[in-house]
Design a protein around this ligand. Structure first.
Ligand code: SAM
Length: 304
């Protein structure tokens, strides 16, 4: 089966509200020769001709362009006013929605697009503790956050699984974003049709990734004041998605899933339909999965 190439996905641009507004970016681009068609209302509206753009129908700070658009040399990108980020990858920070002033952890953070989005949601107020094992990726992240005008971060080249949830510095952490290493099977450009001889290797790798992802999730839920944790992968495999979340919920009965965006066109696989999936066919994005877990309120099952 011939799959649509990555080059055919729309180009998504997240407006960095730490530096500018959606209105200002729209005006700038109109003056720069782009034609603005207003807000999209259907999936088909996201397939655009060159030089046309729309506002996304699900995410308020997202602009959508033709697959042939490249902003890497554009002033707005170089100045950190816009971030080039796939639509699906904007979901985690948007859904976690930590209020300004809150303390937040991004456990597997580099190269940092989701951290920069979190900082924008927090309006740079509060604390964003960001961890990554890979020093090189963390250095790239530092540059990216500087360009984006992020100032509330504290970066650490550290294994998230070894971060002590009972350390006094994390005592006010109420929100966690976890986007751990995954197979990347949702990335359109990485997809290939493996021969059956490779299947055994692939299954072993998936099992090892899933076990790491579950450990990350279980670890995140140990932070004493945690209210909400968002989990995401760019994998299409249920082993890394619904199965990890289901195992985690079974092991942590004090947490439950939050039903996400009723208007989103693709849900998690049964029975985890509170979660979201994304794909080229249904959402015009890379393949992606998001789950939002929240702690039960102390007096019964009411939502906070
Ligand atoms: N959230 C990032 C973003 O939006 O730019 C992408 C994260 S990427 C999917 C996963 C990251 O997890 C990698 O940078 C990898 O180095 C890091 N990682 C893997 N194991 C880790 C661990 N035990 N602790 C912290 N980071 C880890």
């Amino acid at each position: 089966v011939q799959r649509p190439a990555g080059a055919q996905l729309p180009r998504y641009v997240r407006v960095n509200t730490l530096k500018t507004t959606v209105e200002d970016v729209v005006d700038y681009l109109k003056r720069d020769g782009f034609a603005y068609l207003g807000q999209a209302s259907r999936l088909e509206d996201l397939t655009l001709k060159v030089k046309y753009f729309v506002k996304d129908m699900h995410l308020p700070e997202l602009l959508v362009f033709s697959s042939k658009t490249d902003f890497h040399e554009h002033f707005l990108y170089k100045a950190g006013h816009i971030i080039l980020q796939d639509k699906a990858s904007c979901l985690p920070a948007y859904l976690l929605n930590p209020p300004p002033g809150s303390h937040v952890i991004d456990g597997c953070a580099a190269p940092g697009n989701k951290s920069s989005h979190l900082a924008a949601v927090m309006e740079n107020k509060g604390k964003l503790f960001a961890f990554d094992l890979d020093a090189k990726r963390l250095a790239t992240m530092s540059t990216l956050l500087l360009r984006a005008g992020v100032t509330c971060q504290q970066l650490a080249n550290q294994d998230f699984l070894k971060v002590d949830p009972d350390s006094p510095q994390y005592k006010d952490v109420e929100y966690i974003l976890l986007d751990p290493s995954c197979s990347g099977s949702g990335m359109v450009c990485l997809r290939d049709d493996a021969s059956s001889a490779d299947q055994e290797k692939i299954q072993a790798r998936l099992a090892s990734l899933a076990s790491f992802q579950l450990r990350c999730l279980n670890h995140g839920l140990k932070f004493p004041r945690l209210k909400r944790l968002v989990y995401s992968t760019c994998s299409v495999h249920s082993q890394e998605n619904e199965k990890v979340v289901a195992a985690c919920l079974e092991q942590n009965p004090g947490f439950r899933l939050v039903p996400l965006l009723s208007q989103w066109p693709e849900r998690g696989l049964e029975p985890l339909t509170q979660c979201l999936r994304a794909s080229t066919a249904k959402t015009r994005t890379h393949g992606f999965f998001v789950a939002l877990l929240e702690k039960h309120s102390e007096n019964g099952n009411k939502k906070q």
